[in-house]
Design a protein. Structure first.
Lengths: 332, 330
């Protein structure tokens, strides 16, 4: 154990609201937060809902087989009538197990399969984009906070700059260009719009966390354990990632859990503008196509809306619970 | 104070400069060749492509293109576009590739609708959010408080475009309570203007107010715990006076700051509202321009939006520094 590690693990000022008998050994803040979270019923229900969505996303092909539906297999000629209405299921006929959520007007595609794969797109894009923006935010925040002078000034300026850019306008403006660029590479043909979307969501998602981390590091860098590490001759990257980073777990976890639902909503929002994923199922694009059918065929519109709202709501509540669990000041 | 203003001004100008360079660079050196992107393959001829390259002056180095663009904005310039030539007066943002009109003439009439939507929505946000937050703060811990705050969480989980879309579909299209075709200029008839924009204001206001309700609640609760509120209570002041005079005044400063920052985003984020309600604003124009790859219009709308955000942020900072002298130190 190095000197600095001894210094980090000073007396823990945190007092567990529910002291347990026979457990005197010190617990890490992470452990305390986890215990608090596990005893929070609302958080656990939300985690269950999120897990359900994750499982749906992962096992989308299997679920489609289970329900006997197939993705994008609709035939406009045989599956829709001359007015473009589906020939089975809603809106003109009753419920059928052949297509539990009905068929899409015009194309005849199965909406249940579309919904399962929509969950997959939504979670995939949001997770990758949030992970990338979290990593970028943490690294830039650490560097800005620890380096005094120019490094800090340049990164702070970049944060201000990205906060000034009108997100929606820039997103809709650069996305066709990015897609155009990657489309030339044949292996990326199908994924071009997906990657473009992830890039856009990532480059507009890191600023808040970078600012937060910078602030935390500025206050931490004056503490004794950092000074000790410095005196011991520890290289800077080790100080940043071995000494500072473990002390920043709480804000990083909280920020991640709160920006995930925001990214899911942003993905659906961009998809509605036609910027999002093309060529693969997406809740936002189903909503775009379904809006003119809202009166005759509400299920078409509401299936993806319910998906987005429930997922975002569960993630928001979970994020709030995680924030409370990490906050030593909050008592429930 | 003067030092603070100067520092903020320099930083604002620097941000705008970098954004304008980035905008010009992105569209000329960006991932795709604009001449290529603008030229749909079935219709594209070599002449058309050359005309586009020449009109954009794509072969020139960045600083030349940038100087040219900026000269256009401040002094105006001549734009040769194929065989035609356009006399583009300042502020010149170029000539639309699709409609062959001066971009500034095209978009200047669209600023009014966008500002109308944003200002109205901003007022609605405050009118809904702040009273709800105060209501919840005064009843902290009761079931009324929990219901209100729970409701704001639910509303916040609905992506705002869905909220606006559903409001439009049910209240305007289906029930016909509100007009569908939204916009009449204020100068024509203030009554028609307000009536047409009422639903967009309410929808945007309600969905964005949830954050303010929770923020006001937190801020008010903090104020209630302060010594001066206790003193006011001890003096036997009327509760309404304590809430409205003493606590609210302290609580409102951070709300104003956040609102100022959000307002800039609101001005550029009305795209959905404009799209759904068919309001002829900046966002709708930008959206059309993107689908048509009309680069000069995209450049102009991006720059104007960035300018609006920078100016609102600057005003908020200055306003805040007047309210709270500690800000000037950092």
């Amino acid at each position: 154990m190095t000197v600095s590690e001894v210094l980090i693990q000073g007396p823990d000022p945190e007092i567990d609201p529910e002291p347990r008998t026979g457990e005197v050994a010190g617990r890490s803040p992470m452990r305390i937060a986890m215990d608090r979270l596990l005893s929070d019923k609302v958080a656990m229900i939300c985690a269950g809902i999120v897990l359900l969505f994750v499982l749906i996303a992962i096992f989308a092909p299997l679920l489609c087989k289970l329900f006997g539906v197939e993705l994008r297999a609709g035939d406009p000629v045989t599956d829709t009538d001359s007015f473009n209405y589906p020939v089975i299921g809603p809106p003109n006929y009753g419920f059928t197990w052949e297509a539990p959520l009905g068929l899409e007007p015009n194309s005849g595609n199965d909406l249940l399969a579309e919904w399962f794969y929509g969950a997959r797109t939504s979670l995939l894009v949001a997770t990758i984009a949030t992970v990338v923006s979290t990593v970028v935010g943490v690294v830039l925040g650490l560097i800005a906070g620890y380096s005094r002078g120019w490094g800090d000034r340049v990164i702070t300026f970049m944060i201000d700059l990205f906060l000034t850019l009108p997100f929606l306008l820039v997103a809709i403006a650069i996305s066709p260009m990015l897609v155009e660029r990657w489309r030339e590479n044949p292996t990326m043909l199908d994924n071009a719009s997906l990657i473009a979307l992830i890039v856009i969501l990532s480059i507009f998602g890191w600023m808040g966390l970078a600012r937060l981390i910078r602030g935390e590091v500025i206050s931490l860098r004056e503490r004794e354990f950092i000074e000790a590490a410095h005196v011991l001759g520890m290289p800077t990257h080790r100080i940043l990632f071995k000494e500072l980073l473990p002390n920043l777990v709480a804000p990083i976890v909280v920020s991640f859990s709160l920006s995930l639902p925001a990214t899911i909503a942003a993905e659906a929002t961009l998809a509605y503008l036609g910027v999002g994923v093309t060529g693969r199922p997406s809740w936002g694009q189903t909503i775009l196509r379904a809006q003119s059918w809202f009166d005759e065929y509400p299920l078409y519109l509401y299936a993806p809306i319910v998906g987005i709202v429930v997922l975002v709501f569960a993630l928001n509540l979970l994020g709030d619970a995680i924030r409370d669990a990490f906050d030593p000041k909050s008592f429930r | 104070m003067i030092g603070f203003v100067v520092r903020r001004l320099i930083s604002a100008v620097l941000v705008l400069f970098v954004i304008s360079v980035a905008v010009v660079a992105l569209f000329t050196y960006g991932p795709s060749d604009p001449a290529d992107a603008m030229c749909p393959e079935p219709k594209c001829t070599a002449e058309r492509q050359d005309a586009i390259t020449e009109a954009l002056n794509l072969d020139a180095p960045l600083h030349v293109q940038y100087t040219e663009y900026m000269t256009g904005i401040f002094k105006g310039r001549e734009i040769a576009f194929g065989s035609e030539s356009y006399d583009c007066e300042a502020p010149c943002f170029g000539v639309s590739f699709i409609y062959r009109v001066n971009v500034w003439d095209d978009i200047k009439d669209r600023i009014g609708p966008t500002v109308s939507v944003a200002v109205g929505a901003g007022v609605t946000i405050l009118l809904i959010g702040v009273p709800i937050g105060m209501f919840a703060a005064r009843r902290r811990g009761t079931s009324a408080d929990k219901t209100v705050i729970g409701a704001t969480l639910v509303i916040e989980s609905i992506p705002y475009y869905l909220f606006v879309l559903l409001a439009f579909l049910y209240l305007a299209v289906s029930a016909g309570i509100f007009p569908q075709e939204g916009y009449h200029p204020l100068t024509d008839s203030p009554l028609k203007w307000a009536w047409g924009l009422l639903l967009p204001w309410l929808a945007l206001g309600l969905v964005n107010s949830s954050k303010y309700a929770r923020f006001t609640r937190g801020s008010m609760i903090e104020a209630f715990n302060q010594d001066y509120v206790r003193t006011a209570r001890a003096k036997g002041l009327h509760e309404r006076r304590i809430v409205n005079k003493h606590a609210l005044r302290a609580a409102v400063v951070p709300i104003v700051t956040i609102f100022g920052i959000d307002f800039g985003a609101l001005l550029t984020g009305t795209i959905f509202t404009e799209l759904i309600f068919g309001i002829p604003g900046l966002g709708l124009r930008a959206l059309n321009a993107v689908s048509q790859s009309d680069l000069p219009v995209i450049e102009a709308t991006t720059l104007i939006s960035a300018l609006i955000i920078v100016v609102t942020n600057l005003l908020v900072d200055l306003f805040y520094s007047v309210l709270d002298p500690r800000v000037r130190l950092t």
